[in-house]
Design a binder for this molecule. Structure first.
Ligand SMILES: [Zn+2]
Length: 393
């Protein structure tokens, strides 16, 4: 079925690519035309389903590059995952995926589940059995015994276990291999955030094994040593990238950041709309350093992609636009933030050519909002239509 979406302006995705009084033509799940309204209208069949929004903006559906649908954003997500059976957990994940979609997010990357449940959910959504965003999923993240998120089932000890886990995740249908290179903040008894769980050699083995089955690697790395290992091993994305050193301080290294930029590795800070409260807890000095690192990375040419770590305490799934305000606070213009959450994120996830841009042949993942989000991101909160692969939400 054909749909014609007309709007006061079309934001194609990249900064500056704007069509005033524009339209998008959709056939089934695919965009077939975009351009000035009159031109696109002429290509539409008689009886096309029209969605007319003068005074509104149509833009690509947003991409959240870091979520955990298995976690419920309560104060006890780890306990809840451990208590739930797979069927209950999957039902909750489907609800949370739906929340993402309602919030204008048409693609999420799930960076850690149990038993490949996000992969199962991905397939059910893709088959049209459930409404939800496109899911790019990792399955259980690689970690060490007793390490960060060990309870998701991806603990490995030694090279053979590493190879086996990568192959098993690939067999589950994973789109990406996730590895907890450093400690994290939510697993009692696991290594501290600054310390590395894997050596550079082991991480290189993970990247090689993943490449052998055609998969990129996403590296969770808070510690500076872990970040340096990830850059050296050649992962696709570094999550968090907080440059922590032993003792609680920060240790940013220009040479490592230059390597990240030079190798085209993307960095996802993974902060939710709750970023202000999170930074407030750190105190002004550490908060300032956490924020400044993103400006510093950007200044060195590192490509930043937004994600929320959705599912962690207070990292809700239904306010991605709220999470993007972090970049406004850093001084990024709204049009640039939209580009990051669409074009850049699609490229980072290997989806360039499929989503993240309004172009013929791309999936019809569209968002219509009241006002001009390139002037003020607040408009992203005023959604009037979300199309996911051509289906209205
Ligand atoms: Zn995470």
């Amino acid at each position: 079925m054909q749909r014609l979406v007309t709007a006061g302006q079309v934001l194609v995705g990249p900064v500056g690519e704007r069509i005033g009084d524009g339209a998008v033509l959709v056939d089934g799940g695919t965009i077939t035309a975009v351009g000035p309204r009159g031109e696109v209208e002429r290509q539409a069949a008689a009886g096309v389903q029209r969605h007319d929004y003068p005074g509104h903006t149509v833009l690509p559906g947003l991409i959240n590059c870091h979520v955990h649908l298995a976690f419920d954003a309560s104060m006890s997500p780890v306990e809840h995952v451990q208590e739930a059976g797979d069927d209950d957990l999957l039902a909750g994940m489907a609800q949370r995926a739906r929340q993402c979609l309602d919030a204008g997010v048409t693609t999420v990357r799930d960076l850690g589940d149990r038993n490949g449940l996000a992969i199962r959910l991905r397939d059910r959504i893709a088959a049209g059995e459930l409404a939800g965003p496109r899911i790019v999923a990792s399955g259980p993240p690689l970690t060490v015994p007793g390490g960060h998120c060990w309870f998701l089932g991806g603990a490995v000890d030694g090279d053979e276990a590493i190879r086996d886990r990568v192959r098993r995740n690939a067999a589950l249908g994973a789109d990406v291999i996730k590895v907890m290179v450093s400690g994290g903040q939510m697993t009692p008894g696991s290594p501290p955030m600054w310390s590395s769980q894997f050596s550079t050699r082991e991480l290189s083995l993970i990247v090689t094994e993943a490449a052998a089955v055609g998969l990129p690697v996403a590296a969770h790395a808070h510690g500076t040593e872990a970040i340096a290992s990830a850059a050296e091993a050649g992962v696709a994305t570094i999550e968090h990238c907080t440059w922590m050193r032993e003792g609680g301080g920060f240790d940013r290294r220009d040479a490592v950041a230059a390597r990240i930029a030079g190798r085209g590795i993307y960095v996802c800070s993974a902060m939710s709309r709750n970023w202000q409260a999170f930074l407030a807890r750190l105190g002004p000095d550490r908060a300032g350093q956490m924020l400044d690192r993103l400006r510093w990375l950007d200044g060195l040419g590192v490509r930043l992609i937004p994600g929320t770590d959705g599912g962690l305490p207070n990292s809700v799934f239904d306010d991605f636009a709220g999470a993007l305000t972090l970049y406004g606070h850093l001084g990024f213009p709204p049009a640039r933030i939209i580009e990051m959450a669409t074009v850049t994120s699609a490229a980072a996830l290997g989806l360039a050519g499929r989503t993240g841009r309004i172009a013929p042949g791309h999936s019809a993942d569209l968002l219509v909002v009241d006002g001009d989000p390139a002037a003020s991101l607040d408009a992203l909160g005023r959604r009037v239509l979300v199309l996911a692969a051509g289906s209205p939400v």
